[in-house]
Write a protein that binds this ligand. Sequence first.
Ligand SMILES: NC(=O)C1=CN([C@@H]2O[C@H](COP(=O)(O)OP(=O)(O)OC[C@H]3O[C@@H](n4cnc5c(N)ncnc54)[C@H](O)[C@@H]3O)[C@@H](O)[C@H]2O)C=CC1
Ligand SMILES: O=C(O)[C@@H]1CCC=N1
Length: 273
Amino acid sequence: MEKRKLAFIGAGNMSRSLIAGLIQSGYPASAIMASNPSRGKLDQLANDFGIHTSQDNDQAAAWAEVIVLAVKPQMMAGMLSDISNVDSTLSGKLLISIAAGMSVARLTELSGQTRIIRTMPNTPSLVGLGMTGLYAGATVAQTDRDYAELLMQAVGKTLWVAAEDGINQVTAAAGSAPAYFFLFMQAMAEQAVRFGLNETDARLLVQQTALGAANMVAANPDVSLSELRAQVTSKGGTTAQAIEHFQAQGLEQLVADAMTAALLRARELETQL
Ligand SMILES: NC(=O)C1=CN([C@@H]2O[C@H](COP(=O)(O)OP(=O)(O)OC[C@H]3O[C@@H](n4cnc5c(N)ncnc54)[C@H](O)[C@@H]3O)[C@@H](O)[C@H]2O)C=CC1
Ligand SMILES: O=C(O)[C@@H]1CCC=N1
């Protein structure tokens, strides 16, 4: 892929995940810069990955050919209006937003730019196993779409959505979703400790089982998720007891409601920011 000069404005968790994944995939550190108001996270990124850093967003934006907008949604308006001489600093550059709940129309309004791709990555990008949704309006050039897709493919898998609300759906199903699995794993590990296992062993059991289950799903694209579950569930056995308990307590509805809450929050942010 092209190694365009890439600046991350906002050096938080998601930028770190993307930068780590990109460096691991061979994107040159000399073609990456991150900017952030405080030095702490910048120093860590410089030490760990050898990228350029700056406390000055203008400097990062002026240096870059592509700018990743990676501040919290609530900070986006202030950040973009603070980039001085918005026209000359951002003019003509490709902007890739990773923010939840910021529409392309709003980003255009705030930046004065139309060369914008809206994405929704997730933190497993850190280990090259990210899942990123992408959306671009009709005017965005194919070369820019290709660049953004290859950038995100360097840290995982990608999915284009045809309508912009698809990004909100990706947010609920993938962007936020590592946290759902972490919560589930945490609850499992805590219960294993209550059974009497030590924390290290409990974590190993949960971690290896989650990894194995995810790999089985990926390795068997023609086998449904319910069939994979059935293969573990012996009639009258132990798994059936656990699954019956989950279903009697409404696990499926709980998951549906939680994902809907994430989707509605993404849509709500779009109307507020
Ligand atoms: N954390 C995640 O799993 C995901 C986050 N996102 C999106 O990524 C964006 C960043 O999220 P996180 O990395 O989690 O947040 P974070 O809070 O870890 O990082 C945001 C960073 O922006 C910096 N910042 C604040 N104001 C700034 C300014 N004016 N100029 C430059 N930097 C500024 C903060 O100091 C902080 O280091 C958000 O818009 C979020 O919706 C998207 C997908 C997943
Ligand atoms: O919680 C959030 O709003 C962001 C977007 C997806 C993951 N983290």
